[in-house]
Design a protein around this ligand. Sequence first.
Ligand code: SAM
Length: 265
Amino acid sequence: MRDFDYKKKFGQNFLTDETLLTQIAENALISKDSVVVEIGAGKGALTEILSKFAKRVISFEIDKDLFGYLETKFMGSNVEFIFEDIMNFPDEKLNKIVSGDFLLVANLPYYITSPIITRFLKNSNMKSLTVMVQEEVADRIVAVPKSKEYGVLSIICQIFGVPKKVMRVSREMFYPIPNVDSAVIHIERKERYKISDYELFINFIKKCFSMRRKKLSANLESNIMNKNEIEKLLIQKGFSPMVRAEELSIDDFKLLFELFYDKLK
Ligand code: SAM
C-alpha cells in the first residue's frame, strides 16, 4: 500500500496512531457482544482496533482499489467488508445484515458527515454513534441556543440523542494532512420526543433557519400561512412574534412543530 493513490474526492485522510485509534474505540463503549458498523475502512487502521473490541465489524468502503489489501489483511477475522457507497445502501438492507442493535464508529469522510449523522439517528437499531468529524461540525452538533454554531444539525442531534464532544484531534494526526482540525463526537441515541414524521420535522427545522437573521414568522410564511397568522399563533403559545430560530430551545421546536404540523403536511 506504499504507493496508494489518496483520493481527495472520497475524503481520504487516514489515521495511524494506535493510541488515538484505541481512544476512539474506548469512547464508543464497545463490548464483546457489540456489532459495530464502520463507514470508510480506508487502510483498516480503525477497523483493526474495532475488531479487537467487538464481536463483529461490518465495514463499508467505496474505494474498490482497497479491496485486495483489506480482504487479505482481514482474512479469517470478524470483519466483513461491503465495497459500496453507504449513501446508496438502504437502511433496511443494512438492518438485515446486522440483524439487531449496532454501534456506528467511524472516521467519517468529511463530505458526507451531516447526511450520515442525520440518517443514522433515525435508525432505532443504532444505539450510538462515535465519529471523527471536522471540529467546526462537532461544535455545531453540541451548540446551545443563541450561539452562532446553533442550527439544524444541533437540533437534530440533540432531539434524537445526547451528543458529547469527547476529544479534539489535531490535523497532524492524519495522512494526508487536511486543512482543518477534527474532533470525536459521541452521540447516544435517545429520542427526547417521539416525532411522528421525521422528514417533515427536518424540513420544518430547515425552514425555520432558512434565513438566519430573519424572524421565524418570515421564514415560515407560505401560501398556506401568512406572517400575521403565524405571529398570532406564536403569541398564543407565549413566544415573542419577533422570535428568531436561533433563540429557540429543543423543547420550543417540538412545541412549534406540533403547532404548525397541519400546515406543513
Ligand atoms: N477509517 C480509515 C482511517 O481512519 O484511517 C479511513 C478514514 S477516511 C477519513 C474515510 C474513508 O471513507 C475513505 O477510505 C473513503 O474512501 C471512504 N468513503 C468515502 N466516501 C464513502 C462512501 N460514500 N461510502 C463508503 N465509504 C466511503
